[in-house]
Design a protein around this ligand. Sequence first.
Ligand code: NAD
Length: 495
Amino acid sequence: MTSTITHWIDGAPAPSTSGRTAPVFNPATGQQTAEVALASVEEVDAAVASAVRAAAEWGGASLSKRAAVLFAFRELLHQRTDELAAIITAEHGKVLSDAAGEIARGLENAEFATGVPHLLKGGYSEQVSSGVDVYSMRQPLGVVAGITPFNFPAMVPLWMCCNAIACGNAFVLKPSEKDPSAALFIAQLWKDAGLPDGVFSVVQGDKESVDRLLEHPDVEAVSFVGSTPIAKAIYETGTRHGKRVQALGGAKNHMLVLPDADIDLAADAAVSAGYGAAGERCMAISVVVAVGEIADPLVEAIKERLPRLTIGDGAAEGTDMGPLISAAHRDKVADYIGQGEQSGATLVVDGRADHPDDGFFLGTTLLDNVTTDMSVYTDEIFGPVLSVVRAETYDEAMEIINGHEYANGTAIFTRDGGAARRFQNEVQVGMIGINVPIPVPVAYYSFGGWKASLFGDNHMYGPEGINFYTRGKVVTSRWPDPATSSVDLGFPRTR
Ligand code: NAD
């Protein structure tokens, strides 16, 4: 019998009562391994009600108590990385080392959040006017929700929940229904770390639960990461219901390679960042913009590397690239390869040809002579497909990159410091790598793209995460001698 993956409400697994479920697969075998509950409105309401009760108490917990829980959580996550990585690989398909890598990057956020006593320090100005002092403080919002994508089932929830909880909020997570088990493992770790029941909850589900979270009067803020059409809809619906929303969307990340770049370094980077996690990363490189005469040798160097990649079950030793998340997604990516070929791109390597038969596999695809009007260029494919666009000059390349609707990440490969500096100033993209192909910022900076890659004003985690999960207050204080008091109808001025 298929097991059912439950919710986590009030500090314990909560079996579903909705009667609705979705299948969960091991993408490496194509076999269904479980089913996941899909929450009803009533189940979401139960999770939020528990979170409201928990937030009232947790918001008043001392900073040292909150930091102590974060330290304990960080230790547990570190100790149990291998177990969590195996859970991720079994439902997502990425290779074990990659799953461990996403946990390590998520763990950085727990480490950052242990510094919450420092992060929530306000400002203090003495004697701003005669006998008047001013200081600021940041307070929790209450109940906040996170809605997360399939491609990072641990890291993205950790981007959100560590800071949200450290700031004194209760956090309700709605993970992807495609790989829902990591969220429950994380819930257990929070409990083991001493977090009070209800401060971290999980509602498994689909649009129905998301819609309820977006309109629930007790949810103060929503963090979303996923595809652009859903991110935009979440932002519009959430803000219409008066919530603070940060909604991170899709990507098409360009890697600009200048003629002076080291070919091997650039080719290694393009292959690693293009095909790692089968291209299912929001910071994956999906377009190489090759400037001038470097294009031919670069395409050759990338092509030469592809047969050396081992494609297979992510849980098996020595695998470089696992399967895609679902059969439907694999077919969609394969269809894009056909569209690229039909629209005139050169199919240098065809990933539809060579891959394991079981499961949701696709091989690596390399398309050359891609132009900006082709769907393989305009659309986010989210698979192991790398397109090469050729440009005559740096200026032409910059125009191409800045002309794309997505603006999550980008990278430049060059030995020219001046060109790199010009690039970082001119490119209209949120996260930039200089000879670094996947420039995911460390946890003490913030993560976010521009244009159609982010809706909202706050990037995720880091200092902007702390801002997002707190509300500022400024106190103006005076302790006058009552004997000096008088009525004064003028607007208060400093003096
Ligand atoms: P998705 O948009 O399909 O789903 C994301 C979340 O939204 C899931 O929890 C899903 O259940 C929910 N959802 C799906 N359809 C919905 C609907 N109609 N109404 C309400 N909720 C809905 O994204 P995905 O396929 O899980 O993830 C891949 C996408 O996420 C890619 O586009 C990728 O670029 C993006 N992504 C972006 C970042 C970033 O930081 N910008 C990071 C990771 C992934």
